[in-house]
Design a protein around this ligand. Structure first.
Ligand SMILES: Cc1cc2nc3c(=O)[nH]c(=O)nc-3n(C[C@H](O)[C@H](O)[C@H](O)COP(=O)(O)O)c2cc1C
Length: 190
């Protein structure tokens, strides 16, 4: 089992990072983490080369992510909530998945090749904003052949209770690990 984690916090040891660490400790198999704030990955510039070539014209850290997307079984989007959304840098990285949209629309090729499972981890200093962020995550998953998305794992109010002390969130992380590691299918409300 292979899991791709798209990590959208600038804080390497913050609340999102803690929950991701706990997930990966429970989950078997291999994983690759894309650190959206610290890796050399540019946003899509809508050059439209992929409409003809089926490849992205930007040669940067994203190329290894495309390779892993071809073979992974699970994708996890993990982000703090900023302005009730996924963070900007995470969206920049995910804009590069436009490659897959173009392949379908302009070349009739369905990629990435296999159906995957998805998980979403969201943390917020306050109590609001998860619905919009989760809805955006599901949009991204649609481009990535993720057919089965677990309900979001949320740790709100981190200004007063850090994620490491949020018992609900930690229980949800265990459930997410079980879902990703099993044959079981649980579809989040769409
Ligand atoms: C620019 C910015 C915007 C934010 N917007 C929200 C928000 O809309 N809702 C919320 O609950 N928290 C918001 N926060 C708080 C973060 O989500 C919160 O501090 C979170 O725990 C940070 O996670 P991290 O430690 O993984 O980076 C915002 C923080 C920043 C820096």
């Amino acid at each position: 089992m292979k899991t791709l984690v798209i990590f959208g916090s600038p804080r390497r040891n913050g609340d999102t990072a803690y929950l991701v660490k706990r997930l990966l400790e429970s989950l078997g198999g291999e994983h690759m983490t894309v650190d959206c704030y610290h890796e050399n990955i540019s946003p899509c510039i809508d050059c439209r080369a992929c409409r003809k070539s089926g490849k992205c014209s930007i040669n940067d850290g994203m190329q290894k992510v495309y390779d892993y997307l071809d073979i992974c079984d699970n994708i996890v989007i993990a982000s703090p909530i900023y302005f009730s959304e996924l963070t900007g840098r995470l969206l920049d990285v995910c804009s590069r998945y436009q490659l897959y949209f173009s392949q379908r629309r302009f070349r009739g090729i369905s990629v990435p090749p296999k159906n995957k499972k998805g998980g979403v981890i969201l943390v917020g200093g306050g109590s609001g904003g998860k619905d919009k962020a989760f809805s955006t995550a599901k949009e991204i998953f649609r481009m990535l052949s993720v057919s089965d998305v677990f309900p979001p794992v949320c740790s709100p109010n981190t200004d007063t209770v850090p994620a490491k002390d949020d018992k609900n969130a930690l229980a949800e992380i265990s459930e997410l690990a079980e879902f990703l590691g099993s044959e079981k299918n649980i579809r989040a409300d769409n």
